[in-house]
Structure formats: structure tokens, C-alpha cells
Design a protein around this ligand. Structure first.
Ligand SMILES: Nc1ncnc2c1ncn2[C@@H]1O[C@H](COP(=O)(O)OP(=O)(O)OP(=O)(O)O)[C@@H](O)[C@H]1O
Length: 659
């Protein structure tokens, strides 16, 4: 190297280094970061360096890594270490079949991981929207009520909040425990005071007044990945997930955020599964497959509404073709099966498979249920065949309810044309039957007692009930396996022997055993509804999701969370006020009034116009704020105030006297 070059390189180390990086392979690039302190400082946290390293690594290791995934990554360095675990995949001659996957160099093993997302369905008034929107009232535990009252006003202390709560409830103490004891309350008397207040609240709730919180989803925070709920028996509760999708999230966004990463892993030779879980009617089938063609208005392009399954198939088929240029020949096959009780049905051949305990599962895992696919026309034809044979029925919760668990299994067999090295992997796309309360889905409707009707009618009536029971059994077994897997993680940390995972408890878990555990990648998408009448089921579904991801420790209900949510709302209210100020104006309009006796009359009126949309939004935000704080509606508040003034109803004028 010339002296001048050397000098300029030292003055501008990053440029010099990047030149070097450009012309090195990934291993040399990786080592550069460790050469000396200067290099470490320059490259250690440089996103450009780590991105380049990811690209080089993927190219040289013949891994599938779409640019869109790289573009959207928040941390390229962490991602590099994640994909680095799969190095040397095409050097070894054993087909790991996804299960033993990991580094053939034996330095790093890939671990099982479960990612969890929550997706909220928009409020639907047709299917799934039946029934009243009445929500249960919730009595908040005192400590939460105190947090809510403290959050309502900045700088409000705990003692003040306690006083307000007591006053709100009309509870009068002979002696005010806070009169002289701002400090005392915080220590010795605190417990005592809480007991008194608790008792007061309890009395109030028994009298059935003064409880303003309704069971509901209070906020869906997509940015922070959290959901704040209030439900009976739980009170306020926050849940945290890897990703949270709000009610207006598009199908393409859902696919791009998390499922696509799993598809990448699957194409790179790992077993993976995407499981959608949720209450019946919460949007599992919609998320997995997309809407029924009949539901999509003709002006919409159906492909925009496609769910995860068709999107995965498109990506896998496109990637398989592109891999031919890298010397890798790929074959894709698709199975579509249904798990109903202890039976496994091949939906593409319309036959129940395997009579023995393990036969159904082996039939699927060995690929006997698979049909080779080469393009999307073939995929769509197979999906339509399977869909037509799926067990579906109308219930009180969903007009097209899936009455069993359905699973699409994609099997990818890849072969290095030059060396003959083979890799195979499976991706399970699971649309679970909806967890349901029989009383809500009315699955027990039409069930007649034995002996009261003919046998045929008796069995027919019991069918919905039997389906619900089978669905719930499978889900229960799945929950037990997830708990077992979480316990296994903990056991490894505690040095305990591996706990038993009860895969054998149901056909569903037997089938998913290869995708749940080992070193597979799993994504659980919890679908839920923001509607108040489903609050309890939503909380249960979110709880399941939280258990899967074992992320409970990230979430906690604190005043801070509530404060953050309120701050966001206040900011939006301010924005609305600004917009209203800017656009609202008085306008004189002629209104035609119809009168039964006098006929039509034209009246000139002044009206505020121009900002109707912003006013409506502001009203909604203020209502949300009131819900968060458990404050009653303005009319209810006025009523309460009147009652507080103890004005007897008879004393109120029946009509406003004419002027
Ligand atoms: N994100 C969404 N956007 C628009 N519509 C949705 C969404 N999610 C669900 N829906 C609609 O809600 C209804 C019920 O959805 P879906 O059938 O997917 O529920 P499900 O959870 O699969 O129910 P089940 O367990 O009973 O089969 C359908 O009409 C569907 O189109």
C-alpha cells in the first residue's frame, strides 16, 4: 500500500474499512470487527456494516433473505447472530429434516422460540356481530382504582386519590384518617385505611351503584406492543406481545411483520408453525386464509384480502424457483387436513386417515397427505377443495364457524444439484377451532334428551355440542404442552431434568409435536375482538398468548401505562380541537320542518359546520378517556349529581315552561 493511501486510510478509517469489507467474504468481514479497538468502535454498532454482513452471509451460505426483511429490521446486528446459527447448512451431507437443524460445524444450536402477536378484528355488525353489546360491570381492586384516580390528574397524590374515592362513594368516616396524616398513611395506618376503603367499595358494589368501569379492551397500543384491558375478576390488566395489530391493520401488514420471518426460516430448512388462536368469530380463518369470496365487495381485489396461507404459498413457490439459479432444486407439496376429536381427515382426498393411535399423525408427517404444487393455480385449487370439505356451520357467534382444527402443511424438499446434499422442512399453518363458551355460541341449542326424540334427531342435535367439546379438548391439550415447554426452559435454567410434555394427550398436539419444541420456530397469532361483550374471552385469549410467549414479566399494570394512554388521548384531543378551530364556521341554513297540523314550515337556522368529522372523533376520544378513568357518561353524571342533591323526582318540572 502506498504511503499516501495508508495515511488517508487512517484518517478516514470507515471508508477504508468499507472498501475492505466490500471485497472480503463474510468470515473475513466478521473478523475485521475483532481486529482492534479502532475497528470495533467503527464497526461495532454500524448498521451499514451489519447489514452488509447479513447480505454477504446469506449469499455465500445460499440462504433465502429477501431485501424487504432486511429493510424493515430494527437491529441488523442481532439479526446477523440469529441467521449465523444456521451456517454451513449446505456443507453437511445429512438431511437434518428440519429437526436436527443447526450448525453442521457443531458450534451453535438453534433453539425453539415462540413469537406471539395479537390481532384485533374490526367491530363487525353482520357475522359475529350478533347479540347485544352489553358489558359486564367491573369492580376494580382498590389499588387499581387509586392508580386510575391518580392518573386522572397530574400530580395527584395517593392520599388525595383515596379521599376522592371515599367521597365519590358517599362514604363518611367519623374521623378522617387523613386529616393529620399525610405521612402516617403511607406506613402503619395504610393497611388499615385500605381495609376501610375496600369495605366501603364492596358495600357500594353490592348496592349496585357507583361502579363505572365496564369490562372491555381499553387500549390497543401497536407501537408499544401492549393491550390494556379491564375484565371481571382481573380488574385492569396489561398484556405485552411481540407485535400488536390494531383493528385497521391490513392483511399484507400482518403477513410482512412476523409470518414472513418464519417463511424465511422454513425456506432455509427449518421446521416452523404459525398457529392462530382465539375465541370463535374473532378472525382466525380470516387471518389464516382471508375472507370468503362472497364477503369481498366486487370492487375489491381479492388478492389484497388474502390471508397468511396464500401469501406463504406465493412466497415459497417464488423462492423455490429463484433457488434454481443457486444450484438448489426444490419441490413443494401441500397437505390440507382437519383434526376432529381423535380423527385426522385428509381434506384433499376426503378420507379419514389412520385408525391406530399414531397412524394419522405419521400419515401426515411422512408426507402421504401431500400433493405436489408448482404454481398458485394448483395451490388455490387444492385450498378450494379442502375448504369445501371443511367442517363448518353457522353458530350464534359466527355464520361460518370452523367446527374443527384445520392444518395446512407445506413440505419443502431441497437438493443441491452439485453435491446431492438434501434438506427438507415442514411448515404447519394451523387454523384452530375457536375456543367457545357453549352458552354464547349456543352450540347446545336443539339438544334434546335421549328418549324424547328419535336417535337420528338426538345425534344430530348433539353435533354442535360434540364439535365444541372436541375443539376445547384440543385447545386444552395445546395449552398444557405450551406450559410444559415453558417449564422446560425454566428447568434448563434451574438444572432440573426435562419435564414431560404431554403431546400424546390429543391428536392435535401429536401432530404438532415436531413443530412445537425441538428447535422449531413457532408464531402464535392471537385473534380477538375489542367489543365489550367479548371482554372476558378476549382476556382469556390474550392470557394464552402471553403464556405462549412467556413474556408475562414484560407486562404489568402500572399507573405509568395508564398515564401514557391518557397522554396519547389528550394529545389527539388537542389536535382535534386545533382542527375544529381551523375548519368550523357558522352557516345559515334553511331547514324544512314538518308538522302534523300545520304542514311544512321552512325555518332559517344557524349551524356549526365544516368540522363534523373532527368533532365526532373528539367525542369518541373523550368517551375513551371517560372509559379509561371509569367515569360515567355525561348524562349519567348529571343524573348522579341530581341524585346527590337529593331533589325528589316530583320536585322536577315536567316540562320547560314557555317563556
Ligand atoms: N380483520 C378483519 N377484518 C375484516 N373482517 C374480519 C376480520 N376478522 C374477521 N373478520 C370477519 O369476521 C367474521 C368471523 O371471522 P372468522 O370466520 O375468521 O372467525 P373465526 O375466528 O375463524 O371463527 P370460528 O372459530 O368460529 O371459525 C367473518 O365474516 C370475517 O370476514
Amino acid at each position: 500500500m502506498a504511503a499516501d493511501d495508508k495515511h488517508s486510510a487512517l484518517e478516514r478509517p470507515s471508508e477504508w474499512l468499507y472498501e475492505l469489507i466490500k471485497h472480503s467474504d463474510w468470515r473475513a468481514c466478521g473478523v475485521l470487527n475483532l481486529v482492534c479497538k479502532d475497528f470495533q468502535q467503527t464497526l461495532g454498532d454500524s448498521p451499514v456494516y451489519w447489514r452488509l454482513l447479513c447480505q454477504k452471509f446469506a449469499k455465500e451460505e445460499r440462504m433465502y433473505l429477501p431485501e424487504e426483511i432486511l429493510d424493515a429490521l430494527p437491529d441488523h446486528k442481532a439479526f446477523f447472530f440469529k441467521i449465523w446459527a444456521g451456517k454451513g447448512r449446505w456443507n453437511s451431507s445429512d438431511d437434518c429434516g428440519g429437526e436436527e437443524e443447526g450448525s453442521s460445524e457443531g458450534t451453535e444450536t438453534l433453539k425453539m422460540s415462540i413469537q406471539v402477536c395479537a390481532r384485533f378484528r374490526p367491530t363487525v355488525t353482520t357475522a359475529g356481530g350478533k347479540g347485544s353489546d352489553e358489558a359486564e360491570h367491573v369492580v376494580l381492586p382498590l389499588h387499581q382504582k387509586v392508580q386510575v384516580v391518580m392518573a386522572a390528574k397530574e400530580g395527584r397524590t395517593r392520599v388525595e386519590a383515596m379521599r376522592i374515592i371515599m367521597e365519590e362513594r358517599g362514604y363518611t368516616l367519623k374521623e378522617d384518617p387523613w386529616s393529620d396524616a399525610a405521612v402516617k398513611v403511607l406506613d402503619t395506618e395504610k393497611e388499615n385505611v385500605e381495609n376501610i376503603a375496600n369495605a366501603a367499595l364492596e358495600c357500594e358494589s353490592q348496592k349496585g351503584k357507583g361502579v363505572a368501569h365496564k369490562a372491555q379492551v381499553l387500549s390497543v397500543n401497536e407501537e408499544g406492543g401492549t393491550v390494556l384491558t379491564v375484565a371481571p375478576g382481573v380488574g385492569l390488566r396489561e398484556f405485552a406481545f411481540d407485535t400488536v395489530y390494531g383493528t385497521s391493520t391490513k392483511q399484507s401488514t400482518v403477513y410482512r411483520a412476523a409470518p414472513r420471518h418464519l417463511v424465511m426460516d422454513f425456506i432455509n430448512g427449518m421446521n416452523a408453525s404459525i398457529i392462530v388462536y382465539g375465541q370463535t368469530g374473532s378472525g382466525k380463518t380470516y387471518t389464516m386464509f382471508g375472507p370468503d369470496a362472497s364477503e369481498v365487495p366486487s370492487e375489491y381485489h381479492l388478492s389484497r384480502e388474502e390471508g397468511i396461507v396464500p401469501r406463504v404459498c406465493t412466497e415459497v413457490l417464488t423462492a423455490s424457483k429463484a433457488r434454481e439459479a443457486l444450484g438448489i432444486k426444490a419441490e413443494v407439496s401441500l397437505s390440507f387436513i382437519e383434526v376432529y376429536g381423535d380423527g385426522v381427515k385428509d381434506l384433499l382426498r376426503d378420507q379419514v386417515v389412520g385408525q391406530s393411535r399414531v397412524a394419522g399423525q405419521r400419515y401426515v408427517l411422512d408426507g402421504q397427505a401431500g400433493q405436489p404444487v408448482n404454481n398458485m393455480q394448483e395451490v388455490k385449487a387444492l385450498l378450494a377443495t379442502g375448504d369445501a370439505l371443511k367442517r363448518q356451520a353457522a353458530t350464534a357467534m359466527n355464520d361460518r364457524s370452523s367446527r374443527a382444527h384445520s392444518v395446512v402443511v407445506l413440505t419443502l424438499k431441497q437438493r443441491d444439484v452439485a453435491t446431492g446434499v438434501q434438506r427438507s422442512s415442514q411448515l404447519f399453518l394451523v387454523d384452530l377451532g375457536g375456543s367457545e363458551k357453549i352458552s354464547k355460541s349456543k352450540a347446545d341449542e336443539g339438544v334434546k334428551g335421549a328418549g324424547t326424540v328419535g336417535w337420528e334427531e338426538y345425534y344430530e342435535g348433539r353435533e354442535r355440542l360434540q364439535e365444541a367439546t372436541y375443539i376445547n379438548q384440543g385447545l386444552f391439550a395445546l395449552k398444557k404442552c405450551i406450559d410444559g415447554l415453558n417449564d422446560r426452559e425454566q428447568a434448563a435454567l434451574d438444572g432440573r431434568p426435562d419435564p414431560y410434555i404431554p403431546y400424546q394427550d390429543s391428536k392435535l398436539t401429536m401432530l404438532l409435536s415436531s413443530a412445537l419444541g425441538g428447535n422449531s420456530k413457532t408464531l402464535v397469532v392471537v385473534t380477538a375482538s375489542v367489543e365489550a361483550r367479548h371482554a372476558l374471552e378476549t382476556v382469556q385469549a390474550l392470557r394464552f398468548g402471553e403464556r405462549c410467549g412467556n413474556v408475562a414479566n414484560r407486562a404489568q399494570m402500572t399507573g405509568a401505562t395508564l398515564q401514557r394512554t391518557l397522554d396519547r388521548i389528550d394529545k389527539e384531543v388537542e389536535e382535534c380541537e386545533e382542527l375544529i378551530k381551523r375548519f368550523e364556521r357558522w352557516e345559515t341554513v334553511r331547514v324544512v320542518r314538518k308538522d302534523e297540523f300545520d304542514g311544512e314550515e321552512v325555518v332559517v337556522k344557524s349551524m356549526l359546520v365544516g368540522a363534523e368529522e373532527h368533532r365526532e372523533r373528539m367525542e369518541a376520544l373523550l368517551a375513551r378517556r371517560r372509559e379509561l378513568l371509569g367515569q360515567p357518561e355525561p348524562e349519567a353524571m348529571a343524573e348522579q349529581n341530581l341524585k346527590a342533591l337529593s331533589i325528589p323526582d316530583s320536585a322536577l318540572p315536567l316540562a320547560v315552561p314557555a317563556c
